[in-house]
Design a protein around this ligand. Structure first.
Ligand SMILES: [Fe+2]
Length: 235
C-alpha cells in the first residue's frame, strides 16, 4: 500500500468542494447524533435545495444485494488489490478493480440488481473502486462528490468485521428530514447521488474493518443538471 496526499488550493475549489468545506466547517462525522440532527434542522432549506437536484434518492438494502459466491470472489479480488497497489486517500484505503470484476458484475446481473434497488433503469456501471477502512479512527468526512465521478453511486459492502467494539462506524447522509446512518453489513448496499447528497463515514472503531465496492452509474432517465446554475452554499 502507498500513501497519497491530497493537493488542493482554495482558488481552485470546485462547486462540490465549496459545499464540502462549508459543511465540514459546521459539522463532522466525528460528532454525535445531536450535532448531525441540529445541522439538518438549521440548514433544512439548503439541504432541500440540494435534494431537489438528486438524480436518484438515497436507497438502502440491508442484505443479499449480490449472491454470496460473487461477493466472495469480489472480496478476494479486493484483498489482492489492496495488498498489491492500495493507496491511502481522504482517510481510507483505495484500490482499483481487476478487469475481470466487470464480467463478474455482469454475470451477477448488476444492472437488474441496481434497477431493483433504485427503481430506475440504469446503465452498466462506468467506474468503480474498492474502499477499505482498516485502522482505528479512519473516517471520511462529509462531502459532495465531484461531477466527474458520475451521476449516481452505489456502495456494496463486501465485508464488515466488527472486532470487539460495540459502537461501529457507519455511512451517514445529511438531508432535509434529518440524518441517515447505515453501518452496512456484508451484502448490504446503499445507492445515492453523491454529487448532491452530503455523505461520509464515521470513524472506524478499534478492531473493526469495513471493505466496500463503490460503483458509479447513470440512470437512463436522469434529469439534466445545469452546472452553471447550481445553489451556492450560504455565506
Ligand atoms: Fe463520496
Amino acid at each position: 500500500m502507498t500513501t497519497e496526499e491530497p493537493t488542493q488550493t482554495p482558488d481552485s475549489y470546485s462547486w462540490s468542494q465549496k459545499w464540502s468545506y462549508w459543511i465540514r466547517d459546521r459539522v463532522s462525522v466525528s460528532d454525535q447524533a445531536p450535532q448531525w440532527s441540529d445541522f439538518c434542522k438549521e440548514y433544512t432549506e439548503h439541504l432541500r435545495s440540494l435534494r431537489s437536484l438528486e438524480r436518484i434518492r438515497p436507497r438502502y438494502q440491508s442484505s443479499d444485494f449480490l449472491d454470496t459466491d460473487t461477493l466472495e470472489k469480489i472480496y478476494e479480488d479486493s484483498d489482492r488489490a489492496f495488498r498489491d497497489h492500495g493507496w491511502q486517500h481522504n482517510g481510507r484505503w483505495n484500490a482499483r478493480l481487476s478487469d475481470h470484476v466487470a464480467d463478474l458484475l455482469d454475470s451477477a446481473g448488476i444492472v437488474s440488481e441496481l434497477k431493483t434497488l433504485t427503481q430506475e433503469t440504469i446503465e452498466f456501471p462506468h467506474g468503480g473502486t474498492y474502499i477499505r477502512y482498516f485502522n482505528e479512527g479512519e473516517r471520511l468526512n462529509f462531502h459532495l462528490d465531484d461531477f466527474s465521478y458520475g451521476e449516481a453511486n452505489v456502495l456494496i459492502c463486501l465485508d464488515h468485521f466488527h472486532g470487539y467494539s460495540e459502537k461501529l462506524s457507519s455511512t451517514l447522509f445529511l438531508g432535509p428530514s434529518g440524518y441517515e446512518s447505515h453501518t452496512l453489513e456484508k451484502g448490504g448496499a446503499l445507492a445515492f447521488d453523491g454529487c448532491f447528497t452530503p455523505h461520509g463515514r464515521t470513524p472506524l472503531a478499534a478492531g473493526e474493518t469495513v471493505t466496500l465496492l463503490a460503483l458509479a452509474f447513470r440512470p437512463v432517465s436522469a434529469k439534466h443538471i445545469d452546472t452553471n446554475n447550481l445553489p451556492e452554499p450560504p455565506c
